[in-house]
Design a protein around this ligand. Structure first.
Ligand code: BGC
Length: 759
């Protein structure tokens, strides 16, 4: 990629005045890159093999410097390594004072003074939290998502962090997997766009700027496809899924200059990702021209021994280095064995040099050699942390809410609504709405549902109905669900009986999703379903407000409860965002980025599946077709689905193939309701016949816009080879002429259909 950029720059230098003006900025960029390359080479020449290996080593924490060391830790060893230049990066150290302390040791005491990179999982904000990434993705609002990542970068950079291990661009189709909360859902097109927006948000326009931090696309690759949704499980996907579903979001962010990529815990075709040359060298670095560096996942190098792919840590180091894993997170594999492996001829020094160049280049790009304390401005830290950007967090939080059902128009609630019952422990919870992955935030720092509600209306009685959990609700395994205690039901039922409208706030605790939190039951946890049904028996006017980190299977609620609002885990501004939607200050506009199943037995379920050879019965009694005998094959709520307080009508679909290379698809969208509202118009295609069967539908365009009541808008999509092709089983992108179907509509199941022929 870099080379072709240079060639095109050189080719432009001698042409017209306009071109010279344009190429001037290109050549400036080129010379900046050139000068970094020169500096990297000069530094590399000075480095010993041991120091080179040091740049490829990342350690977790440094408690001996930043706080009390955990018992049995290896703090002393790490400290010595720091002074010898045997550490290139540190994770999980934050705060300008701590970061400065470590940076000073390296800069002042190690021979070459190469600054450290400080990495952290800044997944959906740092101290101030945006919605969990799956929630944010429901906004389909790329600008708002970018702004949210920007706000995260601003806070993280103020506390010493220059590298976030985000975005996770793993596509996943299985709600059992706890980490679906961390991604953009099931679709590679939407996932690519959101991945790019997040990378831009974190990295900004200029890496040398004080609030820019480097992003990390993870987990390369296939981690979202763990079998049966079980965390860290085997991944076994076909080539077509790999090329068309799993890899595109990674390619998209690599094309948009993401500086780091993290490999994964899983195997792909029996080869662990960390030792996977095909993924890391052949595809990522050679085919895509990625010039940043690859970080392993936490100890994933060492885990190749457990996988049965390396006999010991030394062989794990050899395999990982040869396969293109540039930096080792907390395995001690490189720092212990890589020097020896080079000396024994088992790892070519050229590969080590290549890895070190990549790491150094990023450090230069960040400006750390000019100022290693760039992220250690204590004054900025105080100012930023004391003035949280709650406006950005609130904006994305309300945009992430999805209205799933509003049958008897219970919503929006009148501001002076009387006789309300609010039920559910999550309504009074300031912790769960923060979601998983919130290392830098304070526990219980969210605006709770009730706190937000109070700002509009206090005509309610509150009963928790049931505790969601018993015992500890911390980041460890001890989280236990309340599966039996119904002692609080009576009061909830009594309040419901006395009320005109009941709001039930139910769902998951924040640590029921996230890493290591796979579940086989994805209904309402604990006794909440029982509570919902008990309340329904006395009052059917229920607004169900869901808080959860994954799609839930809630078929009973979908059938019986008139109004359902999906609010995910919305972060710091949860209560305010939900209140704005409940009372109509904000008209909900979110659309599901992931299919909601009817039952867990349907998982994995996703909209862009193949047709099968037997999609429907030939007669009424036919049994030999693709179906379940005890459940529909259809989802509860499809991908792309979400309602508004107004209604939108689609009309006048026009497909213009005059320019067959730029096929125009136009549709008119009209706000047919009485309120201003936002809609996301979605375009799906299906190629009828191809050399590799095509999914029944594939998202290839969307546009989010606002419309006044009765106003219309013509939305135009352009279909080029970029949208109409696919990767064949050799991994080559091909565009095959033929017949296509098009659907433009409000979700993946409803829309206007047409067709065209691609020549
Ligand atoms: C996760 C990564 C994360 C890393 C560092 C691992 O367990 O899989 O996504 O970035 O830990 O915290």
């Amino acid at each position: 990629m870099k080379n072709s950029f240079f060639i095109s720059v050189r080719g432009m230098l001698s042409v017209t005045f306009v071109c010279i003006t344009v190429s001037f900025s290109f050549s400036q960029q080129k010379s900046a890159v050139d000068s970094i390359d020169i500096k990297v080479e000069a530094l590399l020449q000075k480095m010993t093999l041991e120091e080179k290996v040091g740049q490829m080593n990342q350690y977790n924490g440094f408690w001996n410097v930043t706080g009390p060391a955990p018992k049995g830790g290896d703090a002393k060893l790490k400290y010595e390594h720091l002074k010898k230049g045997l550490v290139g990066s540190v994770l999980n150290v934050e705060g300008t004072t701590n970061v400065r302390k470590l940076q000073e040791i390296v800069v002042n005491q190690s021979r070459l003074g190469i600054p450290l990179l400080f990495g952290l999982d800044v997944i959906h904000g740092h101290k101030t939290l945006s919605p969990i990434p799956l929630g944010e993705s429901a906004s389909w609002d790329l600008d708002a998502i970018e702004q949210s990542a920007r706000a995260a970068a601003t806070e993280a950079s103020a506390v010493g962090i220059c590298w976030t291990f985000a975005p996770m661009v793993d596509i996943s189709r299985d709600a059992r997997w706890g980490r679906v909360m961390e991604g953009a859902g099931e679709d590679p097109y939407l996932g690519s766009k959101i991945g790019i927006a997040r990378v831009h948000g974190f990295q900004g326009n200029n890496l040398a700027a004080p609030t820019s931090i480097i992003a990390c696309a993870k987990h390369f690759a296939g981690y979202g496809f763990v079998e049966a949704g079980r965390e860290y499980n085997t991944v076994d996907v076909g080539t077509s899924t790999l090329y068309n579903i799993i890899l595109p979001p990674f390619k998209a962010v690599v094309d948009n200059h993401v500086r780091t990529v993290m490999n994964a815990f899983n195997v792909l075709n029996g080869v662990p990702s960390t030792g996977n040359k095909f993924l890391q060298r052949d595809i990522l670095k050679n085919k895509w021209g990625f010039d940043g560096f690859v970080i392993s996942d936490w100890a994933s190098g060492a885990e190749m021994v457990e996988h049965g792919f390396a006999k010991d840590l030394k062989q794990a180091a050899e395999i990982a280095a040869n396969a293109g894993s540039d930096m080792d997170m907390q395995s001690y594999a490189y720092v212990t064995y890589l020097k020896q492996l080079v000396e024994e001829g088992k790892v070519d020094i050229k590969l080590v040099d290549d890895a070190v160049r990549r790491v150094l280049r990023v450090k230069f790009e960040l400006g750390l050699f000019d100022n290693p304390y760039k992220y250690c401005d204590t004054k900025r830290e105080q100012e930023t942390i004391n003035h949280p950007d709650t406006k950005t967090a609130l904006d994305i939080a309300r945009k992430s809410i999805v209205l799933l059902k509003n049958e008897s128009s219970l919503l929006p609630l009148p501001k002076n609504q009387k006789n309300i019952a609010i039920i559910g422990s999550l309504a009074n919870d300031k912790n769960s709405p923060l979601g998983s992955w919130r290392i830098g935030s304070d526990d219980s720092s969210a605006v709770s549902f009730l706190e937000g509600f109070n700002k509009y209306n206090t005509n309610y009685k509150y009963a928790k109905g049931a505790d969601l959990t018993v015992g500890k609700t911390t980041f460890i395994r001890e989280l236990q669900m309340n599966e039996t205690d119904t002692s609080e039901f009576a009061q909830a039922i009594q309040f419901a009986k006395q009320s005109d409208v009941v709001i039930m706030v139910l769902g998951e605790h924040s640590f029921q999703s996230g890493e290591g939190r796979s579940r086989t039951k994805i209904g309402l946890p604990g006794v909440q379903q029982q509570l919902l049904e008990a309340v329904y028996r006395v009052n059917k006017n229920i607004i169900l407000v869901l808080m959860n980190g994954r799609p839930l299977a809630i078929p009973w609620a979908a059938e019986h409860i008139p109004t359902i609002l999906e609010t995910w885990q919305l972060g710091t501004e949860t209560g305010d965002a939900i209140a704005q939607v409940l009372f109509g200050t904000y008209n909900p506009s979110g659309k599901l980025p992931m299919t909601f199943p009817r039952s867990v037995g349907q998982c994995p379920i996703y909209y862009n599946h193949y047709n099968t050879g037997r999609p429907r019965p030939k007669s009424k009694d036919e049994v030999f077709f693709s179906h379940y005998t005890d459940e529909s094959v259809n989802p509860l709520y499809p991908f792309g689905y979400g309602l508004s307080y107004t209604t939108f009508q689609y009309s006048n679909l026009i497909i213009d193939t005059t320019d067959n290379k730029n096929i125009k698809v136009r549709v008119t969208v009209t706000n047919t309701g009485t309120r201003v509202g936002e809609e996301v118009a979605q375009l799906y295609i299906h190629q009828r016949v191809a050399s590799v069967v095509r999914p029944v539908k594939e998202l290839k365009g969307f546009e989010k816009f606002s419309l006044q009541p009765k106003a219309s808008k013509v939305v135009t999509f352009t279909l080029t080879d970029k949208e109409l092709g696919f990767y064949n089983n050799d991994g080559n992108y091909v565009v095959e002429p033929g017949d296509f179907e098009v659907m433009v509509g409000t979700n993946s199941q409803e829309g206007l259909v047409g067709s065209f022929t691609k020549r």
